[in-house]
Design a protein. Structure first.
Length: 288
């Protein structure tokens, strides 16, 4: 396969991954109408585990799942529970497009987290892009005169912040642990941790919802596989900008399933955040 073909395939796989992730989120949003948020988070992790483990079991490569830095796996899982709780709590109360728009501040927050945790240098232009993006988030949060912002927006922002720290932890873990180990322990600990927190208010799962839960597991595994392969085939600076096509999927699903469209203020804020994110990615591409 030529380099051009590899890059094209990486872009196409990223576009597919974004679409599958959007379907996954729509499925989880649907489940939050019947089950508590933490229970849905538990089901999201547990339903994907069989799809993750089966290939390594069949090929006799279970040793790849062995963790090296177990403490960091625990910390990452704890933050992942916060991340998924905030995201699902917001999804249950807001449209997919509105939730996605605020969550797209995550790349900006990753730069902030890396500057604090990894001592990575952030120059003046990057700080300007970060502040501009966060201003876009402020527009979307719609703070009132009394200073009260949208609770769903704040939950999404908390989720994006937790995600940013998780990304930095992944970069640290990747120095010692395999990708298989990181995915497996993330899902296992997410299932156990979220399940333990959800146990007091656990709602019995209805028989008609099991196909939806299986679909969550399948799409979760497929999306993770597609995005991993996309980053393997093509440079991150090439494929990462296509993650912003998630807004198109979110608006489309909102319109078709829930007959909801984002307002002008949300679109302006989203455009600001996406513009700042694309600037950051372009700076990284030039630096690389």
């Amino acid at each position: 396969m030529t380099e051009t073909a590899r890059r094209l395939r990486g872009v196409l796989l990223m576009l597919a991954a974004v679409g599958v992730f959007a379907i996954l989120d729509a499925l989880m949003k649907q489940l939050t109408g019947s089950y508590p948020t933490l229970q849905v988070a538990c089901l999201r992790g547990a339903s994907s585990l069989p799809f993750v483990v089966m290939p390594y079991l069949l090929t006799g490569k279970l040793h790849l799942l062995r963790p090296v830095r177990f403490g960091l796996h625990i910390l990452r899982a704890a933050l992942a529970i916060v991340m998924l709780w905030g995201f699902l709590w917001a999804l249950a109360r807001a449209s997919m497009a509105d939730t996605y728009a605020v969550f797209m501040s995550a790349p900006l927050l990753v730069v902030l987290a890396a500057s604090v945790m990894l001592r990575e240098k952030v120059d003046r232009q990057l700080w300007f892009a970060i502040l501009a993006g966060l201003a876009g988030v402020l527009v979307m949060l719609k703070p009132s005169v009394a200073g009260i912002a949208s609770l769903a927006g704040l939950a999404t922002l908390l989720s994006a912040l937790a995600y940013a720290v998780v990304v930095v932890l992944i970069r640290i873990l990747s120095r010692t642990d395999t990708t298989a180990s990181m995915v497996f322990w993330y899902l296992l600990m997410l299932s156990i941790g979220a399940g333990a927190l959800a146990a007091p208010g656990w709602v019995s799962i209805r028989g008609e919802d099991w196909p939806w839960i299986a679909a969550v597991g399948l799409t979760g595994w497929a999306a993770q596989h597609l995005i991993t392969e996309a980053f393997r085939l093509a440079p991150a600076s090439l494929v990462a900008p296509y993650e912003y096509t998630a807004m198109v999927w979110a608006v489309g699903i909102d319109w078709v399933v829930w007959q909801v469209l984002p307002g002008p203020r949300m679109l302006v804020g989203a455009a600001t955040v996406i513009g700042a994110g694309l600037y950051l990615l372009n700076r990284e591409r030039k630096r690389a």
